[in-house]
Ligand binder design. Structure first.
Ligand code: DC
Length: 231
């Protein structure tokens, strides 16, 4: 059977990556977390001193050095999930900190950053058989994806999920700060000039505010089987 391309887009912390990972595993596809790629760009800029403490970005220097950012994913045999590598180094933990989260949206809004990451994403998905999650996958990266899902959930529920994730990893977190960060990222992601977060016209919409992980997994699998049976 022909392997299709699956694009899962939506707001921050609405569980896209959990859904996308589960779906990829169930159907034997490769999972790619495009948000991790923008987080790698941010980490790179922080490490290279291209983001000042006040958050301002040295765009000219960053653009000159953009070709130095190579992102890849490798399966971690212990977790059974892919880890993110920046120029060959495993940065899975480093890219999930609040510090990276607080700088990532302005970085992801830079046109040269988007152009570089979109090219890497299209390269990774050229054979099909992938599930990629992000903000612009169904609209800009793979506008012809056979299956597109747009996920959302209420702000408070999404903040609670992110908060629990941070606390679970032993990071100190403040719920109000997490909520404010999430709203600010949604605002920047939805209003930027290049490839803003928006629902593709042909996307299936899933509000998972009141769904369990098991229920959303089943919903996705049902949609996948409907689509692949029809094609
Ligand atoms: O999904 P996430 O929170 O890990 O994404 C990190 C940031 O990257 C988020 O603020 C939006 C941005 N992003 C994007 O602009 N385009 C994507 N395809 C994926 C993420």
């Amino acid at each position: 059977m022909k392997k299709i391309t699956i694009a899962i887009d939506g707001h921050s912390s609405c569980g896209k990556s959990t859904m996308a990972k589960d779906l990829a595993r169930e159907v034997g596809y490769i999972y790619i977390d495009s948000g991790a790629m923008y987080r790698c760009c941010t980490l790179f800029a922080m490490q290279q001193g291209l983001i000042a403490p006040d958050g301002s970005i040295d765009e000219a220097a960053f653009q000159r050095r953009m070709s130095e950012v190579q992102v890849s994913f490798r399966l971690n045999p212990e977790t059974g999930r892919p880890d993110t590598y920046l120029n060959g180094e495993n940065v899975e933990a480093q890219i999930r900190t609040m510090e990276v989260s607080s700088h990532v949206s302005p970085v992801a809004a830079l046109p040269f950053v988007r152009a570089a990451m979109t090219a890497q994403q299209q390269q990774m998905g050229q054979e099909g058989g992938i599930v990629m999650d992000g903000r612009d996958i169904g609209t800009a990266v793979f506008p012809h994806a056979e299956m597109k899902v747009f996920v959302t959930a209420s702000d408070e529920i999404r903040a609670q999920r992110r908060y629990d994730e941070l606390v679970g990893k032993g990071e100190k977190a403040d719920f109000q700060a997490v909520l404010a960060n999430l709203r600010e990222r949604d605002r920047i992601d939805s209003t930027r000039a290049v490839a803003p977060l928006r629902q593709a016209e042909d996307a299936l919409v899933l509000d998972n505010s009141h769904l369990t992980i098991e229920q959303q997994k089943q919903w996705l699998l049902d949609r996948f089987h409907e689509l692949t049976a029809a094609s």
